[in-house]
Design a protein around this ligand. Structure first.
Ligand code: NAD
Ligand code: GLY
Length: 360
């Protein structure tokens, strides 16, 4: 097992990465402070992994909330079902909430933990590649609104993250690829060596080679932990983790939550950001081609949905947490491994990318 630390002073916490961690009771129990434990999961993950988790919790007072599966349920209505259970079970302030699932369960569970009695103990047990390399680390929690993705939420750090790579065995190939989009993102924003490693090892990752997957998870978490430690609440550097996300969130919201997986939308957004960066003269055509080729090799889409026109993109992109005074600000690339801070670009150039990149 590898243990990384997210360094946040007295709120620092470990990320445990390894095989078969889910069954290790002591690993989990050391982070629980009192008897009351609520496990939040969903209808797909619970039948697979809840029984093993519950074995680790004998002697505790355990309640469960099983959410329906899907991004379309990441909303205030379903969040309320978690509060309903906490209140009906008379859970107190020293209770623990464990999120067992992908990014949807983790974001919702974390937000519920942040709000309930103004904050209870929160533990992340991410079960998708995307959640293990990104969403479980760093404390961003929240839900979607019909008008904008992740627009309602809080920064709330977990006590620990338990990333058991063995649970990825049941993840389908499309979901694995979605996670790889965020893995590739780390190489692009800050780690050119990792990007080159991914180019050399993508076939092994797709074949689910355990050593390759473990390295990719560890390297991604290392990058994320470093960035979060430097800029927890996204006043600067942390925004680089949003490479491709402003375009991607527009695709997710515009096409209807759940139509494109988050990682798929981000993959397309990364290509659009790369195209725009090359129009600004910051990225060579050869670099753009390398980026598109790697995302394609990972099995990810690389062109925007034909139904989503440039004007709709602009409208949707104008609802984004990085925007200031109505200006759309984007994370762009000055090279592979070198992302910009949020940057406002000429609207005409952005429109060129939206109208021309990936459109026949
Ligand atoms: P998800 O939570 O919807 O999980 C994807 C699918 O895989 C679901 O159907 C789920 O039930 C299933 N699943 C989960 N684990 C499984 C397993 N081990 N075996 C079989 N099936 C399994 O999606 P995701 O890609 O994990 O996360 C996407 C969400 O994360 C989005 O809402 C996105 O906004 C959010 N996100 C948050 C952050 C953050 O910093 N908080 C970062 C990135 C993404
Ligand atoms: N996924 C973006 C962030 O955690 O900041």
């Amino acid at each position: 097992m590898q243990t990384l630390t997210v360094e946040l002073g007295d709120r620092s916490y470990p990320i445990y990465i390894g095989q078969d961690l889910l069954g290790q009771a002591a690993l989990l129990q050391q982070h629980i402070r009192a008897k009351q434990v609520l496990v939040v999961s969903n209808e797909t993950v619970a039948p697979l992994y809840l029984p093993t988790l519950l074995q680790n919790l004998s002697g505790y007072t355990v309640e469960t909330v099983i959410l329906p599966d899907g991004e379309q349920y990441k909303n205030l209505q379903w969040l309320n079902s978690i509060f309903d259970r906490l209140l009906a079970s008379k859970f107190s302030r020293n209770a623990t909430l464990i999120a067992l699932g992908g990014g949807v369960v983790g974001d919702m569970g974390g937000f519920a933990a942040a709000c309930y009695q103004r904050g209870i103990v929160f533990i992340q047990i991410p079960t998708t590649l995307l959640a293990q390399v990104d969403s479980s680390v760093g404390g961003k929690t929240g839900v979607n609104h019909a008008l904008g993705k992740n627009m309602i939420g809080a920064f709330y750090q977990p006590q620990c993250v338990i990333a058991d790579a063995a649970v990825l065995d049941t993840l389908d190939d499309r979901q694995l690829a979605a996670g790889l989009a965020e893995v590739i993102k780390y190489g692009l924003i800050a780690d050119a060596g990792f990007f080159a490693w991914l180019e050399a090892n993508m076939a092994a990752l797709l074949a689910r080679n355990k050593a390759a997957l473990a390295y990719a998870i560890e390297q991604s978490c290392r990058n994320k932990a470093r960035i979060v430690a430097e800029d927890e609440t996204e006043t600067g550097l942390r925004a680089t983790l949003n490479l491709g996300h402003t375009f991607g969130h527009a695709i997710e919201t515009g096409m209807g939550y759940g139509e494109y997986l988050h990682g798929e939308a981000v993959a397309i957004g990364i290509c659009q950001a790369a195209d725009l960066s090359s129009r600004l003269g910051w990225l060579s055509q050869q670099e753009v081609s390398r980026i598109i080729a790697l995302l394609k090799q990972a099995g990810l889409p690389v062109t925007p949905p034909a139904d989503l026109k440039a004007r709709q993109f602009i409208e949707l992109m104008s609802v984004d947490k990085k925007n200031v005074d109505g200006d759309i600000r984007l994370i762009l690339l000055r090279g592979i491994g070198d992302a910009t801070l949020p940057t406002a670009v000429e609207r005409a150039l952005l429109t060129e990318t939206l109208e021309q990149y990936g459109r026949e």
